[in-house]
Design a binder for this molecule. Structure first.
Ligand code: ADP
Length: 532
């Protein structure tokens, strides 16, 4: 096997790892003869002419085997072998002694003690020498190949492990980033514990508050100055608590947005130690909507309580005169004096009672309608209905009341306006508007106009010149329980217009108000006709 071929077949082979055998002899002629004898072998023969040179060469290079002459001046073969065995590179190199000495057992024993693996006697039998050296060269090649392959596979394994670790690291970082960026209504941040200078702020901060992240990072005071003064101390106290107790601390505070509005945050703080430094980590969750909902719920509960107290008062008011009338009847009846009471007084007593019952039943009807509307159960029973007839019916219902209060009613009505409406609900709409015109009209004339401005729509206007409604209240009076007057001046539940609007909209129509304080009010209802 020549060296070029060995280079091809041996994967580990590099110029440094060329297989070499070192021959050591103080007689150059012997070395020349050896070189000639070993020409064409699969290894390179290197030579040294002294023990010192051999030690230096064995220290510098790892040989497949060393052929060592025993009889040399200065360092002899045994001493040279001992020195070669004393350092790492030469510890396991096979040493073959070359000797012309007799085959004495003691002598051979000494050779093995200093690390010889074999003896070759001079004069040298070339073919035995060649065969032996070939075995050592092959052994060396195999062990190097093995070493090379195992180091290769170790390296591959290490590379693979490093790759996996890098992947896990990247995945973890990506997951963390996704997690942080995925919190749409929250800001994750890290700040130095002492200076409170921000080290990290998640990108949502910009979307939520409108300031660029660099403003948080570059000027540590920037965002603290965006926290209202009254909340700042609370937040600082929470940070101190997190540092002292090393637990999660929660605090609610506001932050001002770039557009001037304010948001509420629920901030969770924790103190951590990282790379020898103390950090504060925070998660600020935008709870503004929650706060608003909480407030509106509280307002609704307050409103409901107020309504209950008004409603009980309203229901109680007609009950008192009714009870008094009843007691009078019972007294007169038990004393047998009922037939002696003049008929007009009796009639008046009965009419008063009936009026109170009507008021009660109207209040109860309103409450029932509100429950139906809230439950989505208010339904229309449509039939061919005459709006003008409904107006006339309502006016006849209020006839007594209007006459007693001396209120004039001016009407502009055609003979009929027919449409596909719920008759009793249409009466209820007109009744609510006329009732309010009487109640808030201050005794001024009431004007009622029904017209047919287009083929598909009709319009009904009810006007008075009474107390009017301030501009700011005009939108909310159509909402549940909303009133624009003091309950001590005017009775009512604040439900009439709410129910009216719901009924009009169920018919597909609209209701509008035009009003000026102390000048009067006009309600306009527009209804689609829904031809048969
Ligand atoms: P209520 O009359 O029971 O208070 P409504 O829902 O009918 O309830 O009316 C709501 C509010 O609208 C009234 O409290 C009153 O302030 C105002 N309002 C309604 N109609 C008139 C009107 N014709 N003139 C002045 N204010 C009115």
């Amino acid at each position: 096997m020549d060296l070029a071929k060995a280079e091809d077949t041996c994967a580990w082979h590099t110029p440094e790892s060329e297989i070499c055998i070192l021959a050591v002899d103080d007689q150059p002629a012997n070395l020349i003869a050896l070189e000639a004898a070993l020409k064409g072998c699969s290894y390179r023969l290197m030579t040294a002419t002294s023990g010192e040179e051999a030690v230096a060469k064995a220290f510098a290079y790892e040989y497949a085997a060393i052929l060592l002459d025993i009889q040399m001046p200065e360092l002899d073969g045994f001493e040279t072998a001992q020195l070669i065995r004393s350092f790492e590179r030469g510890r396991h190199t096979p040493i073959i002694f070359l000797t012309a000495l007799s085959n004495d057992d003691k002598y051979i024993e000494k050779g093995y003690e200093v690390g010889a693996v074999d003896y070759i006697y001079k004069p040298i039998n070339v073919s035995i020498l060649k065969a032996k050296l070939e075995v050592f060269a092959e052994l060396f090649r195999k062990s190097k190949e093995l070493e090379f392959h195992s180091s290769q596979s170790r390296r591959r394994e290490r590379d693979e492990n490093e790759k996996q670790i890098a992947e896990i690291k990247r995945d973890t970082q990506e997951q963390y980033r996704d997690l942080v960026e995925g919190i749409r209504n929250g800001i994750v941040w890290t700040a130095e514990a002492e200076s409170l200078r921000f080290k990290f702020v998640s990108p949502q901060a910009e979307a939520i508050l409108g300031y660029s992240i660099s403003r948080w990072l570059d000027d540590s005071q920037f965002i603290w100055n965006r926290i209202p003064a009254e909340d700042r101390e609370r937040l600082i106290a929470a940070i101190e608590k997190a540092k002292e107790t090393n637990t999660n601390v929660e605090v609610e505070h506001r932050k001002m947005r770039a557009d001037g509005t304010t948001l509420w945050f629920n901030t969770n703080l924790r103190c951590t130690f990282r790379q020898g430094a103390t950090e504060i980590r925070g998660l600020c969750v935008d709870v503004t909507r929650l706060k608003e909902t909480e407030k509106s719920l509280r307002d609704m509960v307050k409103m409901r309580d107020e309504f209950l107290s008004i409603a009980s008062h309203e229901l109680k008011t007609p009950l008192t005169p009714l009870q008094l009338q009843m007691e009078s009847f019972i007294r007169l009846f038990s004393q047998g004096r009922l037939d002696k009471v003049p008929i007009d007084i009796l009639t008046n007593m009965l009419e008063t009672s009936s009026a109170q019952v009507s008021i009660l039943s109207r209040l109860v009807d309103q409450l029932l309608d509100v429950s139906r509307i809230t439950a989505g159960k208010l339904q229309l029973d449509r039939s061919q209905t005459d709006l003008v007839a409904c107006v006339r019916e309502v006016l006849s219902m209020f006839h007594e009341d209007l006459a007693t209060k001396g209120i004039e009613v001016v009407t502009h009505l055609p003979d009929h306006i027919f449409g596909l409406w719920d008759q009793s609900r249409l009466v209820q709409i007109v009744m609510n508007l006329v009732n309010n015109a009487i109640k808030y009209g201050n005794g001024t004339p009431i004007e009622i106009e029904a017209s047919w401005p287009s083929r598909d729509f009709v319009s009904l206007r009810v006007s008075d010149s009474g107390i009017g409604i301030p501009q700011v209240d005009q939108a909310r009076i159509f909402d549940r329980y909303e009133r624009a007057v003091s309950p001590s001046n005017f009775s009512g539940l604040g439900l009439g217009l709410y129910i009216t609007k719901q009924l009009v909209e169920l018919h597909g129509g609209t209701i509008d108000v035009e009003s000026k304080t102390d000048r009067g009010t006009t309600f306009t209802v527009t209804l689609p006709i829904h031809h048969l």
